[in-house]
Design a protein around this ligand. Structure first.
Ligand SMILES: *Cc1c(COP(=O)(O)O)cnc(C)c1O
Length: 401
């Protein structure tokens, strides 16, 4: 096993030397000739039963070699046997719920809030025929019933950067599989499978792709649970396009460097924002003394959030460099107002109760020069300060504000 940066560059490329190529080929075939129809039928059967490979891909909804290389590379980074890619992060979440709950006849999920707004919406909607109980991280055990098929958590959480103790939740879950959304941390900073998570999910749209130009999702896991995920992918057609697979694979090569650079800027910006008179609370793991830092998580990540004294929309409108947009993990710095956008569909009382105040802005720090990002944020936040305003101090505890 090579070290992180080396694995990021070389993962999923074992067959390239034999092919005599340097860049992975993008295989756009939708169908693959099967002159021996008996052998072709066996390959179809193998794939439909969830095998990772077969004698022929047969049809691109069943298997694609370009996507498979990305899956192999991501699994190496997450220290899992395999991974299964999907057309989006939400398609990946859907497949996990279908594999863990629907296929096993266990129609109940326990989820720790806050989680990504789309995941929250999917779980609350009942669309997949599952009920969801939301529980605090330390009350997961109480929420589990004989019908529980899955526990869902996200750390650092979206959008308020709460840290959740993965191993503690896994132990409370007993035998129930735990899905950790690792989108914010990336495999560079955290490997939930090593802490007992069954499913490690990424919206690959974010840091893995890294350039804001490809939508995808991926679940890293062991081979025995991957089979059901591949079956769901084949049945529902939630496949990743091979061009997306190529771009995500390419993105992995620079993932460690991108995350480390953006994280260094995020630490600096969090420190400066914390001292800014136009800012209330700043949420970034670097401002806490969480015991999970350095153990569960090897860094603090590059997403931060802060509350504003002025209306968030007013602050965002003054920005000239920072991109006002949802999503995260791109080369450019992105800012968004969760209550208006990403977490709009979460009931407002639930949202506030789970630690997402109305005036919170979320920033995904990009790769620009940190001084330019700061200049833009500073000018957008600078406005007359009222003398009687008492600035709250950013807490260690992350208690809901
Ligand atoms: C964006 C996101 C998702 C959903 O992924 P899509 O690729 O947009 O479908 C899930 N979880 C987290 C944490 C995200 O940020």
């Amino acid at each position: 096993m090579t070290r992180l940066r080396t694995t990021a560059v070389h993962g999923g490329r074992d067959d390239l030397a034999d092919l005599g190529v340097h860049a992975p080929p993008i295989d756009l075939s939708t169908t693959y000739p099967v002159p021996d129809q008996v052998a072709g039928g066996q390959a179809l059967q193998d794939l439909a039963e969830g095998a990772a490979h077969a004698a022929s891909p047969v049809y691109s909804r069943l298997h694609n070699p370009t996507v498979a290389r990305f899956e192999e590379a991501l699994a190496a980074l997450e220290h899992t046997e395999t991974s299964v890619a999907f057309g989006s992060g939400m398609a990946a979440v859907t497949a996990v719920v279908q594999a863990a709950c629907v296929m096993r006849g266990l129609p109940h999920v326990v989820a720790v809030r806050p989680i990504y707004g789309g995941t929250d919406h999917l779980l609350s909607s009942g669309l997949l025929g599952v009920r969801t109980t939301y529980a605090r991280a330390d009350r997961v055990a109480d929420a589990i019933t004989p019908e529980t098929g899955l526990v869902v958590l996200e750390t650092p959480a979206n959008p308020n950067l709460d840290l959740v103790d993965i191993a503690a939740v896994v132990s409370q879950a007993g035998g129930v599989p735990v899905m950790v959304d690792n989108t914010f941390a990336t495999p560079v900073l955290q490997n939930p499978a090593l802490l007992g998570a069954t499913y490690v999910l990424h919206s690959a749209t974010k840091y893995l792709g890294g350039h804001g130009d490809v939508l995808g999702g991926v679940v890293a896991c062991e081979e025995d649970v991957a089979r059901a995920l591949r079956q769901v992918r084949i049945i529902t057609g939630a496949v990743l396009h091979p061009l997306g697979g190529y771009l995500l694979h390419r993105g992995l090569a620079t993932l460690p460097l991108r995350v480390e650079a953006a994280q260094a800027s995020a630490v600096e910006l969090a420190r400066r924002l914390d001292a800014h008179p136009g800012v209330g609370l700043v949420r970034h793991p670097s401002l806490t003394t969480s015991p999970l830092l350095g153990t569960q998580m090897r860094g603090t990540g590059a997403v931060l959030a802060f509350t504003t004294r002025e209306a968030p929309a007013v602050v965002v409108r003054r920005l000239t460099l920072v991109t006002p947009a949802v999503s995260l993990g791109s080369v450019d710095t992105l800012i968004e107002h969760p209550a208006a956008l990403t977490h709009r569909l979460v009931d407002s009382r639930d949202r506030v109760a789970s630690g997402v105040p109305e005036n919170l802005l979320r920033v995904s720090v990009g790769l620009e020069d940190v001084e330019d990002i700061w200049d833009d944020l500073d000018q957008a936040l600078s406005s007359e300060c009222e003398g009687d305003y008492i600035k709250p101090s950013s807490s260690d505890s992350y208690a809901a504000v």
